[in-house]
Every structure is written in structure tokens, then in C-alpha cells.
Design a protein around this ligand. Structure first.
Ligand SMILES: NC(=O)c1ccc[n+]([C@@H]2O[C@H](COP(=O)([O-])OP(=O)(O)OC[C@H]3O[C@@H](n4cnc5c(N)ncnc54)[C@H](OP(=O)(O)O)[C@@H]3O)[C@@H](O)[C@H]2O)c1
Length: 225
């Protein structure tokens, strides 16, 4: 039975990944920050839920220490939006640093802590849940300063780490879920949660080492950097 780790699993995209992976026969270690939310409703012997704050190395270590299996898939999903400041003068630099801490550095901390639990004899996939908003080529409307920058940084961390990880059979996949109906995406988002996660899982299970560092949308469309 393959093993997956999902961060930010309490609700939205993370919780949908948990449900779908369990249905497909995976063992899942799910991290929730404070409240289990949707995880509370899932009754499955292959689900292990522990608290996890991706900004806190101690919390990460406690979470990872509970994982007794080799990890085949890490889904770095936890993320926050920015302040949606209207003007440059309104940018709150404390919150900018927090957004970068969660969205860009959090996934790197998870990779670092789990690296030795990734079985180097078989392929491990690290899925980074990024965003089209991290694309510099696509930044036509500007704004969302911290969120955009955090996802651009996440993309670069991923591409930069991929070289070293290739030697260890670890492949990065950088995913844009689409604009999805979640607390972050809002009710007017055009993409259903189920369609987004089904598409991303399809990309994950078909991912290979030679495609490491691919930046792709949930429906398989490759994205510009
Ligand atoms: N929805 C979209 O349209 C969209 C589009 C592009 C990319 N994305 C990306 O997709 C990912 C999931 O987004 P979503 O729409 O599902 O958002 P969501 O419904 O707001 O869920 C975000 C999840 O991240 C968790 N989280 C936040 N800070 C954390 C921390 N410090 N440590 C651990 N977990 C933390 C939240 O936990 P709590 O329950 O404790 O708050 C929650 O489980 C994010 O990375 C987001 O940037 C979303």
C-alpha cells in the first residue's frame, strides 16, 4: 500500500486529496493546523491525522516522527491568501513575511524533514500546490503581491531542489489547481473541488522522474513561468 502525506488537510483542496487517496487505496498521513474540520468526518483505518503547522519546525518534526512508512507522495498543499491590499501603500510587511513563511518556506521544511523517509529505490513524488498567480509571464493584472511572490518563490525552490533530488529518485510536480471553490477560492470560483483534485491526482499518478519540475494546471495544460 503506497503512503502519502498531505499538509493543510483539514478542508478545501487538502481534504479532498485525503478522501480521493483513501478511495484509491493509499495510506494517508494528514496534517491539520488547529481544527480537523472535514477530517473529523472520515472513518478509515488507513487515515492518520496529526497536528501540523508548516511554519513551526518542532510541529513538523513531531508530525514526521509519527510516520513509520516510506513516503511515496508528499502533497505540500497548506497555504494562505494575502491581504488583497488595493494599493502598494497598504502592504503589510509582517503579513508578507507570514505568507512567504507558510506558502514558500513551509513546503521546503516538509521536504527537508521527510527526505530520509523517501525510499530512494522507488519513485517519490513531491507535489507542490502552487498557483498560476506565481507565474511572472501571466502577471497581467498585478496586485496580490505577497501571494504571487510566495508562489513564484515556491516554484523556484522546487526547480532548484529538483537537480539534487533526481539522484535520489525524487520528482517534483508543480501544480495549479485552477480557481477552485474553497474558502480561499470563494463561491464564485468556476472549478469544482472534485474536478480539480481528480485532475491533479491523475497528473500525480502518471508523473515520472524525467518530468520533474513540470509546472502544470489541474487539467494537464503546461503553464508559463
Ligand atoms: N482555491 C483556489 O482557487 C486556489 C488556486 C490556486 C492555488 N491554490 C492553492 O491550493 C492550496 C489549498 O488551498 P484551498 O483553496 O484549499 O484553501 P483553504 O480552503 O483556505 O485551505 C487551506 C488549508 O491550509 C491550511 N493552513 C494554513 N496555514 C497553515 C499552516 N501554517 N500550517 C499548516 N496548515 C496551514 C489551512 O488550515 P486551517 O484549517 O487551520 O486554516 C487549510 O487546511 C493552497 O496552497 C493555495 O494557495 C488554491
Amino acid at each position: 500500500m503506497p503512503t502519502a502525506v498531505v499538509t493543510g488537510a483539514s478542508r478545501g483542496i487538502g481534504s479532498e486529496f485525503v478522501v480521493r487517496l483513501l478511495e484509491s487505496g493509499w495510506k494517508v498521513y494528514a496534517g491539520y493546523r488547529s481544527d480537523k474540520h472535514r477530517l473529523e468526518l472520515i472513518d478509515n483505518e488507513n487515515l492518520f491525522c496529526y497536528s501540523l503547522d508548516v511554519t513551526d519546525n518542532k510541529s513538523i518534526k513531531n508530525f514526521c516522527d509519527k510516520i513509520t512508512d516510506d513516503v511515496d507522495l508528499l502533497i505540500n498543499n497548506a497555504g494562505v491568501p494575502d491581504g488583497r491590499w488595493r494599493n502598494i501603500s497598504e502592504i503589510d510587511d509582517e503579513w508578507v513575511l507570514q505568507v512567504l513563511n507558510i506558502n514558500s518556506v513551509g513546503p521546503v521544511r516538509m521536504v527537508r524533514e521527510l527526505y530520509d523517509k523517501m525510499n530512494h529505490d522507488s519513485l517519490t513524488t513531491i507535489a507542490m500546490i502552487s498557483s498560476l498567480m506565481g507565474s511572472i509571464d501571466d502577471c497581467h493584472s498585478g496586485r496580490s503581491y505577497a501571494y504571487r511572490a510566495s508562489k513564484t518563490a515556491l516554484n523556484m525552490f522546487s526547480v532548484a531542489m529538483k537537480k539534487e533530488a533526481l539522484e535520489d529518485n525524487i520528482s517534483f510536480l508543480i501544480l495549479h489547481p485552477g480557481w477552485v471553490k474553497t474558502r480561499m477560492g470563494g463561491e464564485h470560483a468556476p472549478v469544482e473541488l472534485s474536478d480539480s483534485v481528480e485532475g491533479m491526482l491523475n497528473l500525480i499518478v502518471n508523473h515520472t522522474l524525467d518530468k520533474s519540475g513540470r509546472f502544470v494546471q489541474y487539467d494537464g495544460v503546461d503553464l508559463p513561468w
